[in-house]
Design a binder for this molecule. Structure first.
Ligand code: G6P
Length: 362
């Protein structure tokens, strides 16, 4: 049928969509560049971002995980305070809202009811809203004041991959655009750095065999596993764990490296797989300390590190990109490990049980 044609030679949409990520990043670069090769957002969006004294990011699932990285990007590059909230919880315990807020809704589908509930509520309060979505014309896009398109192309697999990296790329450009509008001097060329990201993504997508082997070695039989990271690696391991549990049904939890010892380490047994992400210099030794703690209790660690910060026997090394953009590339080994784990366990990769691509009920 038609859907088979779209999949081309790929066995699953998920694998096709993982491989499309370099293309999506290049597409985003070209869409958000002006004729002089400068990052440029729509004037109204630029003004809305700059009028804000605080940004509230609202999202669910994988889009929420992208929002955690988005907070860092905007705070680091545009120097604006950002809070990231889970959509379904936001209205129960609404934070005190600043004088001039901007609400940013991140949603692949633009149809998530939990996010829409917040959008309707904040519009009633008269606050401006921007939707970052893969589907312009979707409900969240129509009901917000502004839309930024993530240009990911249709995402069919229930487990989101390219939409996540596209969201982070667009958030980085929003941050860059705002920094420029505020007259900040940038110490990096965002277009060049995103192009490097696309190239590194390609390199990672070419390492399927190594990642398939990791999936087979670590995840063939286990019932549970852990993902640990610190600082921005923590946000990526949350997404890595989510990917794995969604499609392989292995109970996988993402933890901040330092928090593990405050309870969860009790779950470590002989052979429990622990994936550790170590891509930042300032936390490299501390996350490796956490790996030692779990290994001493019998865990089987798998360290995914960054070129230059890697130790000799790390299981997988990711090439270096600009530090702000590292989450866009480190998620790819996680996506592929999840994919192969699900495949080897005989799971329905594209249509996992109990899940829907877009959830239009609260
Ligand atoms: C569903 C999907 C997730 C997705 C979440 C938010 O639960 O299964 O993959 O992250 O909704 O979707 P959205 O379209 O708002 O990004």
């Amino acid at each position: 049928d038609a859907s088979d044609i779209e999949k081309g030679t790929y066995p699953h949409y998920m694998l096709k969509e993982i491989d499309e990520q370099p293309l999506v990043i290049r597409n985003i670069i070209s869409k958000y560049q002006d004729e002089n090769g400068e990052v440029k957002l729509d004037e109204n969006i630029r003004n809305a971002v700059n009028a804000a004294d605080r940004i509230y990011i609202i999202a669910a699932g994988t889009s929420y995980n992208a929002g955690l990285v988005g907070k860092q990007l905007i705070e680091n590059i545009a120097k604006k305070p950002v809070e990231t909230h889970i959509a379904s919880e936001f209205l129960y315990n609404m934070p005190l809202i600043s004088k001039n807020p901007l609400f940013i809704f991140i949603s692949q589908s633009g149809e998530t009811a939990d996010s829409r509930g917040v959008l309707v509520a904040v519009k009633k309060l008269g606050y401006p809203a921007l939707t970052i979505t893969n589907v312009p014309g979707s409900t969240l896009s129509r009901e917000a004041d502004y839309t930024l398109h993530t240009y990911g192309g249709p995402e069919i697999a229930v487990a989101s991959t390219k939409a996540y990296t596209a969201q982070m790329a667009v958030l980085s450009l929003l941050a860059v655009d705002s920094a420029k509008a505020q007259g900040f001097e940038l110490d990096f060329d965002p277009i060049k750095e995103l192009s490097i990201v696309a190239t590194v993504m390609e390199t990672l997508c070419d390492q399927k065999e190594a990642l398939e082997k990791i999936a087979r070695d670590y995840l063939s039989v286990t019932r549970n596993c852990f993902f640990i990271g610190r600082a921005s690696d923590y946000y990526v391991v949350l997404e890595g764990a989510l990917k794995l549990k969604e499609i392989s049904y292995i109970q996988a939890e993402g933890f901040a490296g330092g928090e593990l010892k405050h309870g969860t380490i009790a779950l470590i047994e002989k052979g429990t797989p622990v994936f550790a992400l170590a891509t930042q210099e300032h936390v490299n030794l501390s996350i490796r300390g956490n790996v030692k703690e779990v290994a001493a209790r019998g865990a089987t660690p798998c360290i995914i590190s960054l070129e230059g910060l890697n130790f000799e026997d790390d299981q997988f090394v990711v090439p270096k990109v600009h530090e702000y953009l590292t989450p866009l590339v480190t998620v790819i080994p996680m996506q592929l490990i999840a994919y192969y784990a699900a495949l080897h366990r005989g799971c329905d990769v594209d249509k996992p049980r109990n899940l829907a691509k877009s959830v239009t009920v609260e």
